[in-house]
Ligand binder design. Structure first.
Ligand SMILES: C[S@@+](CC[C@H](N)C(=O)[O-])C[C@H]1O[C@@H](n2cnc3c(N)ncnc32)[C@H](O)[C@@H]1O
Length: 271
């Protein structure tokens, strides 16, 4: 079945209200559980960006689950962010560590240029051009950042989409049932996502089909972004140190910091 894209931003206040008040407790708590399982034993601390945060339920859950994290959510829909401010007002202490920020990806201006952790739930299917997500990951992830993305995956047939919608959104208001069905039709399948990652030079991220309708994409960003950069580093080492680079000097200084600061088991290189 071919993909049928839906409008990218969720700007209708009624749609945003229905979305913000839907019960996503099961998939969203699964998001947190699967995130933990993807980075076992790693300390989960630092600055987090939530791409396409909507009303912020995932951002809030993440901040609660990981008290040493600060979460910046970004979304292009003011209606979603307004609904999110209502959720934030009710969320207790985590509120001090969550900010919801207006911005269109991939160009959004964020308070920080790089983040230690990049998360995103249910943004990919919404995008007309999927590289918007992967460009945003490349733009905002610090070297070595943990990346965890979850979304729906497209069913093989319209009948299967209808069955999933009846099973998982059958008790929701009609607006939400429509949105859920359309989201299933707009979603990508794991093979398409693997192709997107290859095109974005993000081959270290791994795609997993989860349960009957989800897909996750997870892994760590490389410390060195291209084979050319790797060659420059080895050239610099054999010439006696890190000081010189054929590439730009800011790139070289961040590689040096990374090699010095991060445990060797986390280092990954393009093969
Ligand atoms: C299905 S909602 C998911 C919201 C939230 N992540 C969640 O899991 O509850 C997708 C969100 O992505 C936002 N969005 C879509 N395209 C975007 C873009 N290019 N830049 C920023 N936000 C975008 C939409 O406005 C919408 O709020």
């Amino acid at each position: 079945m071919n993909r049928i894209p839906e409008p990218e931003l969720m700007e209708d206040p009624a749609q945003a209200h229905a979305y913000a008040n839907a019960d996503f407790s099961k998939p969203h708590s699964n998001f947190i559980r699967l995130f933990r399982e993807s980075f076992p034993g790693d300390p989960i601390t630092g600055n987090v960006i939530d791409l396409g945060c909507g009303p912020g339920d995932i951002a809030i859950r993440f901040a609660r689950a990981f008290p040493e994290c600060v979460v910046h959510g970004v979304d292009g829909s003011q209606a979603m962010l307004d609904a999110g401010e209502t959720l934030l007002a009710r969320c207790g202490d985590a509120r001090n560590r969550v900010r919801l920020i207006p911005g269109m990806l991939p160009d959004a201006d964020m308070p920080l240029s790089r983040y230690d952790i990049v998360i995103s739930n249910s943004l990919l299917h919404q995008l007309h051009e999927p590289q918007t997500l992967w460009t945003s990951v490349q733009k905002f992830a610090a070297p070595g950042a943990a990346v965890f993305i979850m979304d729906l995956r497209r069913p093989a047939t319209l009948e299967e989409a209808r069955r999933l919608c009846d099973t998982y959104a059958g008790n929701e208001p009609p607006q939400l049932q429509r949105d859920y069905y359309n989201s299933l039709l707009a979603a990508f399948d794991p093979g398409e996502i693997a192709e997107q990652l290859a095109a974005a030079n993000l081959n270290q991220l791994v795609v997993h089909a989860i349960g009957d309708r989800h897909v996750t994409i997870s892994g760590r960003m490389l410390y060195i972004s291209s084979p050319g950069a790797l060659k420059s580093v080895f050239g610099a080492i054999s010439a006696g140190g890190f000081a010189g680079s054929a590439g730009d000097s800011s790139g070289c200084s961040s590689w040096c910091q990374c090699f010095g600061a991060l445990p060797s088991h986390q280092a990954q290189f393009i093969g």
